[in-house]
Design a protein around this ligand. Sequence first.
Ligand code: AMP
Ligand code: MG
Length: 324
Amino acid sequence: MNVINDITRIQVGTYAQILKGGGVVAFPTETVYGLGASAVNPAAVLRIFELKGRPADNPLIVHVSTYAMLVEFAAEIPAKSRILMQKFWPGPLTLVFEKRKEVLDMITGGLSSVAIRMPDHEMALALLDASGPLVAPSANVSGRPSPTKAEHVHDDFGNSVPVLDGGDCIVGLESTVLDVRSEPFRILRPGSITAQMIKDKTGLVVVEADIMPSEDMQPLSPGMKYTHYAPDTPIRWMTSEEMSGNIDEAVLYLILNSSGLTKEMKNVIDFKDDMNRLGKELYDWFRRSDKTAYNEVAIQPLDVSEKNDLAKALNNRISKAIKK
Ligand code: AMP
Ligand code: MG
């Protein structure tokens, strides 16, 4: 939890005024920094698409701090989705509901559904309380890695977007997106909240969208079709030769456990079996790779068989960063 001091409180008040006036500000959440704009102001929402260079068919997540805000956007709130909100909100779980007809088409990319979440960050919640509901895609230029530090937002937008600085994001990966309009609920984008965690905490069995039959007619998360999260430096998986110690000094290695290597090297970052730390730091290493002289970034392939870990979300983000 982040403790809000008086100076931050004043800044939150000022930023809420900017948002209420139709402006755009960036703010921290537990996942990544969001580029916020009022979810009821069409001109402000349009500005988000323009600033990011975001395709118009990639819908935005509405961020709320209260259930009262939620019902302004969701037309139907299935009983079982309430259990999820009780257990995981505020937190990195976005729920896709049937939308109310008043919800701006620009937000939903023309879909009949709307994605909503309550972020687990004291500054974000204070800002939302003061400004009202916000659309808040990741605060990066489209195609760039999501920002996990205030300076990342500054690197992409310079002085054109004011940033509320909440330090480093705790999770570092975008939220899990779960469609709760029909059962079984479906994960449209993997994140730090996994199917196993949902089962353990609520007893609900949810499925991964990618194991659904292709003739299924319901739209998947439109954002999944875009290449995302990529730095300019080529990203690839480590080879088995590299895993057994054949290391190239011109490559930056992100590795979960370097015990197979004979000596410590400065271009080998060892996450010491801490996948959460890899999740938290991944985009920062992506961004740093563009500022250093390494030719490539090579990442140790991750074992997805382990229960209850971040491997699926990490594999999803890393494979999207690998240029075909
Ligand atoms: P970002 O804000 O950059 O984290 O991206 C938001 C993600 O949520 C994208 O992958 C969108 O496709 C997804 N999303 C937003 N609204 C919906 C919706 N109504 N149905 C399905 N996916 C959605
Ligand atoms: Mg994004």
